[in-house]
Design a protein around this ligand. Structure first.
Ligand code: MG
Ligand code: MG
Length: 260
């Protein structure tokens, strides 16, 4: 589990990794428009990360038999997460979730945004807005003395009150000197029988976690495509994904991947 003492040397490396991720996403947000391909966005991200003496954290991630091949996850419409960049131009009216991770001197940053491609329907815009708001509902709970499920409950309650569903198969995570660390941070309060897999630990000052609601316009079920990565909603309704890496603190959490 990654705990940081603010202003320690490790903290500064971690801070830098997260700053690079935030800057990469800002750059990508400016470049999302009809006609651009997700491979072009991927190249922009990789070039920027390497220009900062950092490394893409997702490229090569996973099993040696099927490592993730790209710098960003580019998840269009019904793709929830882990979309693999390709050469298909984006089309007006789509949404695209961009997830980016970077490693700087052994420390990791992780963040995601969902962008509109040109003009998007009001129905889908609302999904994206509610998902972003649910991220901040979760972040608000990340203070010393609260527990992991306080984050989970805040996200789930807000999302469901607005008529949507959170993904069950994928969760947020601890982060620090590894990309995916303990504790898991679900966007739902696990059913009684599943609670052992998601320990409801007490949040302590200095704990670094990535909170990342994935929200479906339709039903909660997902499936993974044959490429072994791409997660889509089973009913093929659109999904949105927002993520920040944060550090638990006493009064209010520190958002490490805030974009300017
Ligand atoms: Mg991510
Ligand atoms: Mg993450």
């Amino acid at each position: 589990m990654g705990y940081f003492k603010i202003n320690s040397e490790e903290f500064k490396f971690f801070e830098k990794a997260n700053k690079i991720v935030a800057e990469t996403l800002s750059l990508l947000q400016k470049n999302v428009h009809p006609g651009i391909t997700t491979l072009e966005l991927d190249a922009i991200a990789e070039d920027y990360i390497r220009s900062q003496n950092a490394k893409p954290a997702f490229k090569g991630y996973g099993s040696v038999r099927n490592p993730f091949p790209a710098t960003i996850c580019a998840s269009v419409d019904e793709i929830v997460v882990h979309g693999i960049p390709n050469n298909v131009p984006l089309k007006e009216g789509q949404i695209i979730s961009l997830d980016c991770g970077a490693e700087y001197k052994g420390y990791f940053g992780d963040s995601a945004v969902t962008c509109y491609v040109g003009d998007v329907s009001d129905e889908v815009k609302r999904l994206v807005e509610i998902t972003e708001k649910s991220l901040f509902k979760g972040i608000e709970q990340a203070i010393s003395g609260k527990k992991v499920y306080d984050i989970s409950r805040a996200v789930q309650t807000f999302v469901e009150a607005n008529g949507y569903n959170v993904t069950r198969e994928l969760v947020g995570h601890g982060i620090g000197d590894v990309l995916h660390d303990d504790p898991p941070v679900p966007n739902f309060v696990p059913l009684l029988l599943h609670r052992a897999s998601y320990p409801n630990i007490k949040l302590q000052k200095g704990l670094a976690i990535a909170i990342e609601p994935m929200v479906h316009l339709g039903a909660k079920e997902t499936e993974t495509l044959d490429d072994g990565w791409t997660v889509v909603t089973k009913d093929r309704t659109p999904a949105a994904h927002w993520e920040h890496t944060i550090i638990v603190d006493n009064e209010k959490p520190i958002i490490m991947t805030l974009r300017r």
